[in-house]
Write a new protein. Structure first.
Length: 250
């Protein structure tokens, strides 16, 4: 059985005060979460304090990115060792906003995936197609290409060290969720593709859905056989909504 996982991607939101409040709210409600692994991914500057606040709880902490290099003259970047040192267990890698707004290629994303692994951080590896690509009927090809970049660099077994988040770009922050059937279809494709290379890795791999998941649609999405949790943006900024999704996953 794959343990469901719900990860909150706070993106570039929050302040010292609001982060404290949000963590207090999540901690308060953790008693209602039965079965899901719960992860929060704050902006990098708040990771330390969030990790401190989460220390005596089951809540795990992740970053929103990770440098592909480990040390040196990379102004503005944060290394895997630093993230580990400040309390991260996970790192979001290849989020579509990083790919589209900051030009991260499949190859760079794969190198970031490698950096996470060699520093003992579990990648939350994001993939997904744009609306244009969906309309062209190339959703599976795009997801396959993004996954293949990681497999080419690290091998298929490396996928067992993290989770995949399928996030159709057209569903992110738009309120337009993929239907459970649309999402399940792609999740099944992803698992099938990996299974053809290594069935054990595919069976054990958690594949999260992301894109306008909320308390109203979470249970049905996560009820699909190949959807093992969610990567939550907007709804992760309100503790009640985030907790409702975590509870639905259990
Ligand atoms: P959303 O974002 O839930 O606000 O659509 C998801 C994500 O970008 O990870």
């Amino acid at each position: 059985m794959r343990k469901p996982m719900v990860a909150g991607n706070w993106k570039m939101n929050g302040s010292s005060e609001s982060v404290k409040e949000l963590m207090a709210g999540i901690k308060d409600g953790m008693g209602s979460v039965n079965n899901a692994e719960v992860v929060v991914c704050p902006p990098a500057v708040y990771i330390s304090r969030v990790a401190g606040s989460a220390a005596d709880t089951a809540i795990k902490v992740g970053s929103q990115n990770i440098c592909d290099e480990d040390k040196g003259a990379f102004t503005g970047e944060i290394s895997g060792e630093m993230l580990k040192d400040t309390g991260c267990e996970y790192a979001i890698i290849g989020h579509s906003e990083r790919r589209s707004l900051y030009g991260e290629s499949d190859e760079l994303v794969a190198r970031r995936f490698a950096a996470a692994r060699r520093n003992g951080i579990k990648p939350i590896f994001c993939i997904g197609e744009t609306l244009e690509e969906r309309e062209q009927g190339i959703t599976n090809d795009v997801c396959a290409r993004q996954i293949d970049a990681v497999i080419a660099l690290e091998g298929v077994e490396a996928l067992a060290d993290g989770v995949i988040a399928y996030e159709p770009v057209w569903a992110i922050g738009t309120g337009k969720t993929a239907t459970p059937e649309q999402a399940q279809e792609v999740h099944a494709f992803i698992r099938g593709k990996i299974s053809a290379l290594n069935a054990d890795v595919a069976n054990g791999l958690r594949i999260l859905y992301g894109g306008s998941m909320n308390p109203g649609n979470a249970a049905e999405l996560m009820g699909q056989p190949d959807i093992d949790g969610g990567l939550i943006g907007g709804a992760s900024l309100k503790s009640e909504d985030f907790l409702a999704i975590c509870t639905a996953a259990g």
